[in-house]
Write a protein that binds this ligand. Structure first.
Ligand SMILES: Cc1cc2nc3c(=O)[nH]c(=O)nc-3n(C[C@H](O)[C@H](O)[C@H](O)COP(=O)(O)OP(=O)(O)OC[C@H]3O[C@@H](n4cnc5c(N)ncnc54)[C@H](O)[C@@H]3O)c2cc1C
Length: 199
């Protein structure tokens, strides 16, 4: 960001927080269009099962916008203006009522709700204020993480399997800083909704 053609956001800051950007998002969750991925090393078909899992967990449906007057008017205008394929906006909103002991009071999905549901499956440890600074490896296999507290104390966390999901900038930065190379790392950077909005 920040090139001459891009808007600037003075005072904007990057937030590091449990829950990530889903703490702030609007919960609209359209899939990327297959045409956006033509130059990608993976196909839309390969992503489809993961879209399906994510949408099930996030309660994505078109129910929230269906039948809304604003949506109906917008869809009519767009369909009559050469966009016959437009549909209601999919949103990650839990529309189920609380019943049979299942609480559905948290309508809007955030990763925090996801961690809460995971606790119902099995216990896990959660380290907050622990910034990953290096992925440790031996003989080409990951062995753990080096993390740092805000007062710069360093700790090692051992792990057999590591999933790096620190977002668009930090994931490739962490991998490259740890000496982990890969053709796709640092390329194809994309944040779907913002990209669509800027078109
Ligand atoms: C205001 C706003 C509205 C949005 N609205 C929408 C929307 O309606 N629809 C949509 O599709 N998208 C929307 N987005 C974008 C969407 O929220 C993000 O694209 C998505 O959440 C990114 O998920 P992620 O898991 O890749 O990264 P993140 O959600 O950013 O999660 C990364 C996590 O990693 C942590 N982290 C980063 N670096 C480290 C490190 N070194 N060590 C340990 N932890 C680390 C961060 O603290 C964060 O918790 C919106 C975003 C914003 C800010």
């Amino acid at each position: 960001m920040g090139g001459k053609s891009q808007p600037e956001y003075p005072g904007a800051s990057q937030v590091f927080a449990l829950g990530g950007k889903t703490l702030f998002w609007s919960t609209a969750s359209p899939r990327m269009d297959p045409s956006d991925m033509q130059e990608w090393p993976i196909s839309y078909e390969e992503l489809t099962p993961y879209y399906n899992i994510a949408e099930r967990i996030m309660n994505v449906s078109k129910g929230y916008t269906q039948d809304s007057t604003l949506t109906t008017i917008m869809l009519d205008i767009l369909r009559g203006s050469g966009f016959p394929e437009v549909t209601e906006l999919p949103t990650a909103v839990d529309l189920s009522a609380t019943k049979f002991g299942q609480v559905h009071s948290n309508a809007l999905f955030s990763s925090i709700a996801f961690l809460g549901s995971a606790l119902n499956l099995r216990p896990f440890d959660l380290a907050v204020n622990a910034r990953a600074v290096q992925i440790l490896s031996e003989n080409g296999s990951a062995t753990g993480l080096r993390v740092m507290t805000p007062d710069k104390k360093s700790y090692h966390i051992r792990a057999k399997t590591i999933v790096v999901s620190a977002s668009t900038w930090e994931t490739p930065r962490l991998l490259l800083h740890s000496g982990i190379q890969g053709k796709a790392i640092g390329h194809y950077l994309n944040e779907p909704l913002q990209k669509r909005c800027h078109r």
